[in-house]
Design a binder for this molecule. Structure first.
Ligand code: ZN
Length: 154
């Protein structure tokens, strides 16, 4: 019996899923991630028009559309691992903000998966959010370095 998430992943093969290439691993809880999403939406002045779901069916995180509904999926172990690697929560926040950036920039509204321009736009939104939430340049750089060097769980 396929789970809802496995159905999402099948859609990836159809090019309808926008998944991100975070080379990552990690134990943030859904509650923590929900709080982060709320903090992000507070500083950008938008409502989160997507559903946040913690799942081990994705290695890192992904912004997807399924059945006309937007989802932000993340692996809680991956999020925890990047936060441990960066010794700060900014890394996990940057990941969730990056995925939100895909949704808010409309990247998930078209088929074909991700591309370098979309990734840059999502990264730009993530950097904007980190600054708005009070991260210093050094903290933002350390967060992104942790994301880049953390391995996804096997
Ligand atoms: Zn991305």
């Amino acid at each position: 019996m396929p789970t809802l998430i496995s159905l999402f992943l099948r859609r990836t093969a159809l090019g309808l899923l926008l998944a991100c290439a975070f080379a990552g691993t990690a134990g943030a809880q859904t509650g923590g991630a929900t709080g982060i999403i709320q903090e992000i939406t507070n500083v950008v002045g938008l409502q989160p028009r997507f559903e946040l779901r913690a799942t081990h069916d994705v290695d890192n995180a992904a912004a997807v559309v399924y059945g006309g509904k937007r989802y932000l999926l993340y692996n809680p172990d991956f999020l925890a691992a990047v936060n441990r690697a960066g010794r700060t929560d900014w890394a996990g926040i940057s990941i969730l903000a990056h995925e939100m950036g895909h949704h808010l920039n409309g990247h998930t509204l078209r088929a074909g998966g991700s591309n370098p321009q979309d990734e840059l736009e999502a990264d730009e939104f993530s950097g904007f959010v980190l600054r708005k939430l009070g991260a210093s340049l050094a903290q933002a750089q350390a967060a992104l370095a942790a994301v880049a060097t953390t391995r996804a769980p096997v």
